[in-house]
Write a protein that binds this ligand. Structure first.
Ligand SMILES: [Zn+2]
Ligand SMILES: [Zn+2]
Length: 324
């Protein structure tokens, strides 16, 4: 069972045909992986530092905090200038513009593990991890009509439309900027290439793969607190790599919660930053976890609200052992 899921082409959705294969995008991503191998020859401590800082900025702040929890799920409100800045960081993660990302993610939540889910691991782990972006999904055709239908709130925002339209240019400019920074400040071609490869290509590849782990590993391995009608799991190592996104079963059960780690041992760095924003008065209307809401109501002496899914503190006994 587990072996068949690991085979790359054990099953593909019906629309994954050669006619729908996005060859230019696939070639670009393969080239990115190949160019990232230049990291072996261009290491510098400065390059590594830029990679670490930019990984945190683009994945934690750009994708997790902004694209996912703020834009796709509206789990809190953030002042506009910071929203645009964080969405710009999200663009630099090379996962496409904020409107397309949101549209794709909303489709994933509305059809999780059913026909139409853009990246369900029920086909294969490799499909969920990295093959899915390279086939044109029938409902994700890149048209303005599709973006307006699946993300009308973002489509109305001229700032988001600007980022969506200029996504390619923004990334090219930033890569050139990285090279220029290394070249002028670090002294020559060698440092320019080091900052470009480590802060640019390697950082992008690393960020893509840890994000894709949420689609693959966090739907395959880990425990289930909630009996959701999908395969989502709470996976601690994906949570560590993705600043809190690995608590994916919690997330599928309560998608609007800004907090994904529901109990103390479920570390959720992204939520710590949202809490900081709230304390600074930059974030408002933060949707808490169901457990927090419950405690809040008890504190206020209100009648407790029923949880939408049964809470389970133990692993789901019905799951096959290999998946836990
Ligand atoms: Zn999911
Ligand atoms: Zn989500």
């Amino acid at each position: 069972m587990i072996l068949s899921r690991l085979l790359p082409f054990s099953a593909l959705p019906p629309y994954a045909t050669w006619q729908r294969f996005n060859a230019p995008l696939f070639t670009l991503y393969v080239l990115l992986h190949v160019v990232a191998l230049a990291g072996f020859f261009t290491f510098s401590w400065q390059g590594l530092l830029v990679m670490v800082v930019m990984s945190f900025s683009t994945i934690c702040l750009g994708i997790t905090l902004c694209y996912h929890r703020l834009l796709a799920h509206q789990s809190y409100k953030l002042v506009k200038p910071i929203t645009y800045f964080l969405a710009l960081l999200g663009c630099l993660a090379f996962q496409r513009g904020p409107i397309w990302w949101t549209a794709t993610h909303r489709l994933h939540h509305s059809k999780t593990d059913k026909e139409g889910d853009p990246h369900s691991p029920k086909y294969s782990v490799w499909w969920a991890h990295f093959l899915w972006p390279f086939f044109w999904h029938p409902q994700l055709d890149d048209s303005e009509e599709m973006l307006q239908r699946l993300a009308p709130d973002l489509w109305k925002d001229p700032g988001m439309r600007f980022l969506e339209r200029h996504y390619n240019g923004i990334n090219v400019l930033f890569l050139l900027l990285l090279f220029a920074l290394g070249y002028w400040l670090g002294g020559g071609l060698k440092m320019g290439l080091s900052i470009l490869v480590w802060g640019g290509f390697l950082r992008i590849i690393y960020g893509l793969n840890v994000t894709w782990l949420v689609n693959s590993a966090a739907h395959l391995w880990g425990y289930r607190r909630y009996d959701t009608p999908d395969t989502s799991r709470n996976n601690w190592w994906v949570a560590l790599l993705t600043w809190g996104e690995g608590w994916h079963n919690n997330h599928h059960a309560h998608a609007r919660s800004a907090k994904m780690g529901f109990v103390w041992y479920e570390l959720d760095v992204t939520y710590w930053i949202i809490s900081l924003f709230r304390k600074l008065g930059l974030a408002t209307q933060v949707v808490g976890s169901p457990l927090d809401r419950e405690k809040d109501r008890q504190r206020k002496g209100l009648q407790t609200e029923p949880l939408s899914m049964p809470l389970k503190e133990t692993m789901n006994p019905r799951l096959p052992k290999a998946h836990q």
